[in-house]
Every structure is written in structure tokens, then in C-alpha cells.
Write a protein that binds this ligand. Sequence first.
Ligand code: PMP
Length: 461
Amino acid sequence: VDGAKDWSAIDRAVYVHSSTNLQQHLVDGPMVLTRGEGVRVFDGDGKAYIEAMSGLWCAGLGFSEKRLADAAYKQMTTLPYYHNFQGKTADVTIELAERLVALAPKPLTKIMFASSGSEANDTAIKLVWYYNNARGKPAKKKIISREQAYHGVTIAAGSLTRLKAIYDGFDLPIDRIRHVGCPHHYKLAQDGESEEQFATRLADELDAKIREEGPDTVAAFIAEPIMGAGGVIVPPATYFEKIQRVLKTHDVLLICDEVITGFGRIGTMFGAEKFGIAPDIMTLGKQMTSAYAPMSAILMRESIFESIAAESGKRGTFGHGYTYSGHPVSAAVALETLRIYEERDILGHVNRITPTFQSLLESYSNHPLVGEVRGEGLLAAVQLVQSKSPKKFFDTTAGLAKYLVARGHEHGVILRVLQNDAVAFAPPLISTEDDLKQIADLFGRALDDTLKVARERGLVN
Ligand code: PMP
């Protein structure tokens, strides 16, 4: 287009991207998007991409929901900002707090706000530490997360995260953070080990870890109901039941990270409901505002609140919160998001289209490159394998999943690589069956392109 800016050159000149090989990026350049409509986004040349990832698992209501824009505008022209320090709050933020507590799993009765998932998880850790100080257990501070987990990138949340790309080179994890195994049966179970046996082994491992560290030093365990960025790992059916039994034995709190699974992604408002999880603390983000404004939240049990309230009474203040915690514009957008969920029965829609979505992806399970198709609701991953039997995974440097995702972009679908050897799907919750068919179809073309390259490189037969 005449007179159009060369965004690619400008980007390369000034922009440091997240989760990107910065050196390679100088060669490849950015993917610059200029517009969104429904479940599609468009680049400067007008090329449409169907979004199979809702951005970063968050634009649940798509990219052109006027009601959310109107709610933001209305709030911006009424009370565009107020903070929540020293007892002040915007009315709309209180309304949202009440609404979320009403929706949340029962034991959770109090809420705080932040702006990102990382901040929410950092806040959860600080709450746990403050709580154990309040309980007279100042040595009980270690937090356990799982291999492959993603809980954010700030110094504490980045320490919980066990993806090499996130901690490598950053001197993480910090002290007081420990890790146990990831519940991916297909990849990590021993030969002949059933899902049930695998779940028992992981719970035993957690129990042993807590005993080894000393239960008086372990404060909390953090987990997503389904690991998202770690690979869309759906745990064995009895995993959380067994894990929760171990945590109870040792008086260790459970932090449930629902940043991806919250707000209907897997067919229930929160993933905890689906997996029988009774969290002590729950963190939310992403789809809470359908990505139209940054916002995250931390919910806690009444007993945790009572202890920290008493402690803050003694100390004179509870010194935690952010400038933009409970931002009124984000709160207004979150409230409107929840109204839309109710009026349009978004959860009902997700549950109606889930069988189509999962079976469209399942139809690729006979493809030579596909070892496993896994997921729940509108969250899924396709696991690439070099060979199905005997099971052999690609070397992480083979770059085939990355190639597949790049081919997907060429064909007009936005996908995402996980763990270098799987492809993730998290389409907007408003997707139609036709949208899902298009996603599956374009993915299939990219998969065939990848098979061709894998064969040319002699990686598969
Ligand atoms: N928790 C989970 C489960 C996530 O997937 C993410 C982001 N992908 C985060 C926390 C961190 O959220 P944010 O990027 O908003 O800090």
C-alpha cells in the first residue's frame, strides 16, 4: 500500500520481543497484525488468519465484541481510574469482586486483583508466606510446582515455571521453590504403567518430596487443572484426588492456577470444578476480560483472609497491591464479559461444540506424525512423534512443530508450538462449528506439509 509504513523494518530496529529467539527474529521479522473481527485477525496486506489460540489463550469472545469496547468507553468517561490503596475502591471493582466470589468454588470467599497472571501468582506466594507468618509458622515457606509448568515470568512466578526457555539464563529458580513430576501419562509413564498407577507414583513422589524437605518447611503446592503452556497436559482422572490427600496430610496449601482454564475454556466456569479440586487459593487472568483489558485476580479461603487480616492488624498494614489492581476499566470489561457469558450461554455453547472440536482433531490420530491428541473443552494439543510403536519422540532440535506452525500461518491459521514437539489449540469460545472445521482443515494441510519435510529429512518413513 502506497505510503504504508514498513512495520517490519521499524520492528527490527527497536523492538525486543517476548519468548522469541531475538537473533533469529532480526532475520525473520515480525508478524504484524492490524485488525480483528470475530475469530479472525488480519495483517497489513489484508490476509485473514483464523485464531486457533485466542491470542495467548485469552480472547474468548473474539476480536470485535462491541459490548466490551462500549463498556470500556463508558467506564473511561465515568471514572477512568482509581487505585485500591488505603481503603479506596471504584464501585465497579466492588461489583466485580462480589460477582467473582459468587461464581468461584465455594471455599473461596475473598478476592484481590492484579493486572497479569504472573502478578497474581506472585501475590499468591506472598499471601501464603504472610499467612504462615501470621500462623506462627515462619519456617513453612517452600512452594512446590511441577516440571513443565508455566506460572508466569516475574522472579517468583518465573521460578515456579519449569520450562527451560523461561528460567534458563535468568538465574531462576529462587530459593524456597521446589519441583515434582509432570502428570503427562503418554510421555512420562513407565512401560505398562496404568494412568492410575502413574497418578499414585506422582502423589507418592510429592509425599516423599514434602517429607524430605520437612513438612514444617513446605507451604504450598501450585498446579493448573490442565497444564496449558506446558503441553496441554490432562492429568489422570484420580491425580488431583491423590495429590490433595497428600497436601492435607502435611498441612500444605493448594494454589490452583486457573489463568488458562478459568472462564469456560474447558467447559466449566473453572477447571477446579471438572477435576474435583478444592483450592485454598485460586488465580485468574486472561479470559476474565476476554483480553480486552489487562486484569487478574487472586481468590482465597475465608480462614486465610482472617489470619492475614489479624496479622495486618498487628503490623499496621497489609503492604501488597499494585497501582492498577482492580482497574475500573478492566473491571467494567470483566463484568460485561460475564454478562455476555450469561446472556449468550457461552458455557452451553462451549459444551455443544466441544465434541465436534475434539473429534475433528482426533481424526488426525492416524496420521503418521501424530502420537496423541489430548484436551478438554476448547483446549487441545496434538503430540507429534517420530514413531508411534515403539514410541519415539522427535529430538527437540528437529524443529518440526515450529515448521508446522509456520506452515499453518502460511495457510491462514494461528497455532502454537508447545515443548518443541506439540501443537496447541485454544480457539475463541464463540467459534462456530464451521470455524472449527476450518481450523482443523488448515492444521491438516500444515501437518501434511510437515510430513513431507520430515520424510525429505529422513526423520520418518
Ligand atoms: N499462569 C498460567 C497458567 C499462564 O498460562 C500464564 C500465561 N501464559 C500465566 C500464569 C502468566 O500470565 P501473564 O502472562 O498474564 O503474566
